[in-house]
Design a binder for this molecule. Structure first.
Ligand SMILES: Cc1ncc(COP(=O)(O)O)c(C=O)c1O
Length: 332
């Protein structure tokens, strides 16, 4: 039992480009996001930059900080085809303290490319601005290398593309900024030493962000899931996803009325495949109908006519054809 957590930190670091000391185990992506969001001493007027394609998990914490500390939220446009660095540059100010955006968006499937992320990381580091990626939809969907992405912090979870148990996640924090990403929550397991006279030292690693007793079986399951994905091969998984996405694009192009919201080309696209429904087609009604009557689980997203299919390596071309046909039948 004592090996579950250290082994998992080492494994996640090895597979996703972090050092073991840069990995904290969390229970969800949201937990990682909150650890990062609350890690600064925010002052009224301080600014955070997010985007227009975020999950609520990377929006609500900023609303709370806005209402509690008077921070200002700026939004960049990460619709397909915009230029990440230009978008951020246009909103930087002397008060910008953090940029927090999705690695892979659940709203339009855009994957921030490793090269553009690294470039952004350099720009932000020079200005002392913290850079965080919400990676809930990253690992297992697109090749993810924390160090190569050039961000300071990366939050992810076990239960999505990595096919692990719910209640598992990880936060990667660049070793150099560990002392700047300050703790808001701490407890048993955060410290290296403490006494009852008021003294303590934190763990020298990202494990300092962990506290309290964990459901070890869940974390053991997370490790098994990642090992299984590794055995299949994460590059093979990504290639298979991308070839299924090619197929899905062809199927959409062959319909009369469906279009794409997601980027069409690699490496900006991912297995998060978002369609634009025709005028008058309601994504939520379609979602309910497909679930109840066609055995297809898809998802409405932020824009009312955008509709998401999550295409993983275990899906088949027949399933994709069936899904696009079912959508097309109901909407066009
Ligand atoms: C981009 C993104 N961020 C965050 C989350 C929330 O993840 P979690 O449930 O692990 O907190 C999701 C969940 O769908 C997501 O898609």
């Amino acid at each position: 039992m004592a090996k579950v957590e250290p082994d998992l930190r080492a494994q996640l670091g090895r597979v996703f480009g972090a050092e073991t000391e840069e990995v904290a185990l969390t229970h969800s992506t949201s937990e990682g996001i909150s650890i990062v969001a609350w890690s600064l001493n925010w002052q009224p007027g301080d600014e955070v930059i997010i985007s227009n394609i975020e999950h609520p998990a990377n929006v609500v914490p900023w609303y709370v900080l806005r209402d509690r500390y008077g921070i200002v939220i700026r939004e960049i446009d990460l619709s397909s085809g915009t230029h990440l660095l230009d978008e951020v540059r246009a909103r930087l100010s002397a008060r910008t303290r953090m940029v927090s955006i999705s690695h892979v968006s659940r709203n339009n499937g855009r994957a921030v490319r490793t090269d553009e992320s690294a470039e952004l990381g350099r720009v932000l580091r020079d200005r002392g601005i913290r850079y965080h990626l919400d990676g809930a939809q990253g690992p297992g969907c697109v090749i993810t290398d924390f160090r190569a992405l050039g961000c300071d912090c990366y939050s992810t979870c076990g239960h999505k593309w990595l096919l692990g148990p719910k209640g598992t996640g990880a936060l990667f924090v660049r070793r150099e900024v560990l002392d700047d990403v300050q703790l808001s929550w701490a407890g048993s397991h955060s410290h290296a030493t403490m006494d009852y006279e008021g003294n303590y030292t934190l763990l020298p690693s990202a494990a300092r962000y962990e506290f309290g007793t964990r459901a070890l079986a869940d974390f053991a399951g997370f490790g098994r899931a990642v090992a299984w994905m590794e055995q299949i091969g994460l590059e093979r998984v990504e290639d298979r996803i991308q070839s299924l996405v090619d197929h899905a694009i062809e199927a959409v192009d062959a319909t009369n009325g469906l279009a794409m919201t997601s980027p069409r080309t690699r490496p900006d696209r991912s297995g998060v495949f978002v369609l634009k429904l025709p005028e008058g087609c309601d994504a939520t009604a379609l979602y309910n109908d497909l679930r109840d009557n066609a055995g297809i689980l898809a998802s409405p997203v932020r824009q009312p006519r955008d509709f998401r299919l999550s295409i993983h390596f275990f899906n088949t071309r027949d399933e994709i054809d069936a899904a696009i046909a079912a959508i097309s039948e109901r909407c066009t």
